[in-house]
Design a protein around this ligand. Structure first.
Ligand SMILES: C[S@@+](CC[C@H](N)C(=O)[O-])C[C@H]1O[C@@H](n2cnc3c(N)ncnc32)[C@H](O)[C@@H]1O
Length: 390
C-alpha cells in the first residue's frame, strides 16, 4: 500500500488546495490522539488520508474504508499533502503518481453509487463474483459482445489489472466494481440476470460468516435471476462444496444440478493450479424458475439537525441491535471545524458496511458516500438518527 514517512506532522488550516487536489477538513480521533484523517477530493472522488503521528515518526497513508480505485489517486493525494504541509520525507514507496497508460480510460470502472444512480440497461446481464485474475470474465466478455458483463471483486489490484485488459482489448460490454458482491446484489433489479458466476470463492473455513454463498446470497441471486437464469458455483474445496450443498438443499424449493470435474470453456488461474495438483472440482448450479417481485429501493438517509457531544461520547464503542441488523460505533473523531464524526459498521449482520457519519450543528451526513439503499440499511439509519439526535 502506498505510504510516506515524514519527519514531523505540521497540519495546515483546511480547506486548502494543492494543484488538482482539495483537502477539505481534518478529523482527529478523540481516544487516540495520534490518529488523524484528512478528507481529500480529487477527480470527483472523496476519501480520507490517514496520519499516524507516533513518537518515532509520522506515517501518511490511505484510509482503508474510503480508499478509491485506481490507486494512483491516493498516490497523488499523498504526495500533494506532503508538499502542502512542507513535510520532510524520510521514506516513501509513492514513487510513481502518474496514471498507467492503460488506466487512463476508466469508464468501465463504476462505483457502487453509479449503480445506485441508474442500473445499466441491457437485454442480457451476467455477473461474476470475485473474478480474481479476470481470465474467465474477460474471455466471456470477448466471446459475447452482445451481453453485458459485470465483474465484482474486493481485491483492488485485481480490479486494476482487469481494467487494463479491458482497455487493451477495447471491450465495451464489461463493467467492473470493487465492492462486496453480497451487498451489490441487493441493488440489482429483479429478474434481469442470466448468470451469476461464483468461481473458486475463498472457502473461509475458519470464518464461515465471510463466505459468499449463504442463504441470503442465494435468495438475492434467485431474485435477480431471470426465469431459467443460473447461479453457478465452482469450487475445489470439498468442505465448501458440502457446506454449499447443505445451504442450497435447505431452501424450500430449488432446481439444482451437480457436476464433478466438468470442463468449462476457460480455465481460471486457480482452476489450473488445482488441476495440476489433481484436485477434484465441483459445480453446483441453481436454475431459477421463479419471477420475483420488483425491487424497492425507496427510503431516506437524511438526518435531523443538532450536535450533542456528550451523547456522542456515550455512544462511542457501543453496539445497538436493530430489527434485521445492527449499528456499531467504532471510533469517534472531532473535526477541525467543530464537528464530530463517527466511524460505524452498520447494516445486516452477514454483510455490514463500514462508513463515516459527520455530525454538525446544522447538518449531518455520511462521508464520503451513503450506505447502499437496502431495506435493512434504511431501518438502521432511522435508528442511528434517533441515537445521534434524539
Ligand atoms: C480464490 S479467488 C478466485 C478468483 C477467480 N474466480 C478464479 O477462479 O481464479 C476468490 C476471489 O474472490 C474475491 N472475493 C472474496 N469475497 C468477495 C466478495 N464478498 N465480493 C467480491 N469478491 C470477493 C477475492 O478477493 C478473490 O479474488
Amino acid at each position: 500500500m502506498p505510504h510516506i514517512h515524514i519527519k514531523s506532522f505540521n497540519p495546515v488550516a483546511l480547506p486548502a488546495k494543492k494543484d488538482n487536489v482539495d483537502f477539505l477538513f481534518m478529523a482527529s480521533n478523540v481516544a487516540h490522539k495520534d490518529e488523524h484523517l484528512v478528507a481529500t477530493s480529487i477527480d470527483d472522488k472523496e476519501f480520507f488520508l490517514l496520519i499516524k503521528d507516533t513518537a518515532e515518526n509520522v506515517l501518511l497513508k490511505s484510509e482503508k474504508i474510503s480508499r478509491p480505485s485506481p490507486t494512483y489517486l491516493v498516490k497523488q493525494a499523498l504526495n500533494k499533502y506532503a508538499a502542502l504541509t512542507n513535510s520532510e520525507i524520510l521514506a516513501s514507496n509513492v514513487n510513481d503518481s502518474s496514471k498507467n497508460v492503460h488506466l487512463q480510460k476508466d469508464d468501465s470502472l463504476w462505483t457502487i453509487h453509479d449503480f445506485v444512480k441508474g442500473f445499466p440497461e441491457a437485454d442480457d446481464v451476467r455477473i461474476e463474483v470475485g473474478f480474481g485474475s479476470g481470465r474467465h470474465l474477460l474471455h466471456q466478455a470477448k466471446e459475447n459482445p452482445e451481453i453485458l458483463f459485470i465483474g465484482i471483486e474486493i481485491h483492488k489490484p485485481s480490479v486494476e489489472q482487469a481494467l487494463k485488459q479491458i482497455n487493451i482489448l477495447g471491450l465495451k460490454n464489461l463493467i467492473l466494481l470493487d465492492y462486496d458482491a453480497r451487498l451489490f446484489l441487493e441493488l440489482v433489479p429483479s429478474n434481469i440476470v442470466s448468470r451469476v458466476y461464483v468461481h473458486f470463492p475463498v472457502p473461509w473455513d475458519k470464518k464461515p460468516h465471510r463466505r459468499v454463498i449463504s442463504p441470503a446470497f442465494i435468495n438475492e441471486s434467485t431474485r435477480v435471476l431471470a426465469p431459467q437464469g443460473r447461479l453457478e458455483l465452482r469450487t475445489d474445496s470439498e468442505n465448501y462444496f458440502t457446506y454449499s450443498w447443505e445451504t442450497f438443499i435447505s431452501l424450500n424449493k430449488a432446481k439444482l444440478e451437480v457436476n464433478k470435474n466438468q470442463e468449462i470453456a476457460i480455465s481460471s488461474k486457480y482452476e489450473d493450479r488445482w488441476k495440476k495438483m489433481e484436485k477434484n472440482i465441483y459445480d453446483i448450479t441453481l436454475i431459477n424458475e421463479e419471477v420475483s417481485p420488483e425491487l424497492n429501493l425507496e427510503g431516506s438517509f437524511l438526518f435531523k439537525n443538532g450536535l450533542d457531544e456528550e451523547r456522542l461520547n456515550k455512544l462511542n464503542t457501543t453496539t445497538q441491535k436493530v430489527e434485521g441488523g445492527f449499528i456499531h460505533f467504532e471510533r469517534l473523531y472531532k473535526t477541525d471545524d467543530e464537528r464530530m464524526m463517527f466511524r460505524v459498521s452498520m447494516g445486516s449482520f452477514e454483510r455490514p458496511e463500514h462508513l463515516y457519519v459527520i455530525i454538525g450543528k446544522e447538518k449531518s451526513y455520511y462521508f464520503p458516500t451513503q450506505p447502499v439503499p437496502s431495506q435493512v440499511n434504511f431501518a438502521v439509519h432511522k435508528h442511528l438518527d434517533k441515537l445521534l439526535h434524539g
